[in-house]
Design a protein around this ligand. Structure first.
Ligand SMILES: [Fe+2]
Ligand SMILES: [Fe+2]
Length: 158
């Protein structure tokens, strides 16, 4: 078992658990403000992140490492005021989160490749693809808001 790859897996696990908390925050805030479709989408994202965390933890255990469920990174803050700008802040914060995720997945893939741990490579590539889709979806929403304006966008998400 390589300590180095387990270290990377645990870093990714921390990212995923952080994503779960952030998407849960956004899903509940959006739902409370009647933006139900977007709230539902955030809930789906959080379930996907949870599944990623699950797969990472399983692989860590298989590699005879210890999955770290203690740590988390800082998440997006909600100040209790839901305004037109809140939606852009949510998307921008999630963009940052996914961008960091992608970077760390790519790093972990290089380490797994160096160590010829090809099963880890396959798993990490699968998860990287999923994060790429998350990031792409966020980019689409940001572009849509720019095109049609935040009010029109929100009308499609209630
Ligand atoms: Fe994820
Ligand atoms: Fe993600």
């Amino acid at each position: 078992m390589s300590k180095e790859i387990v270290k990377h897996f645990n870093k990714l696990l921390t990212n995923e658990l952080t994503s779960v908390r952030q998407y849960l925050l956004h899903s509940t805030v959006l739902k409370d403000n009647g933006i139900n479709k977007l709230a539902e989408k955030m809930k789906n994202e959080l379930n996907e992140e949870l599944e990623h965390a699950n797969k990472l933890a399983e692989r860590i255990l298989l590699l005879k490492g210890i999955p770290n469920f203690q740590d988390t990174n800082e998440i997006s803050k909600y100040d209790g005021e839901f305004t037109k700008d809140t939606i852009q802040k949510i998307l921008a914060d999630n963009f940052k989160l996914e961008e960091k995720g992608l970077k760390d997945y790519k790093e972990a893939i290089s380490v797994a490749e160096e160590e010829k741990d090809f099963v880890s490579v396959i798993l990490l590539e699968e998860l990287l693809k999923s994060e790429e889709e998350h990031l792409h979806w966020i980019e689409e929403q940001i572009n849509l808001i720019e095109l049609i304006g935040v009010v029109n966008y929100l009308k499609t998400q209630i």
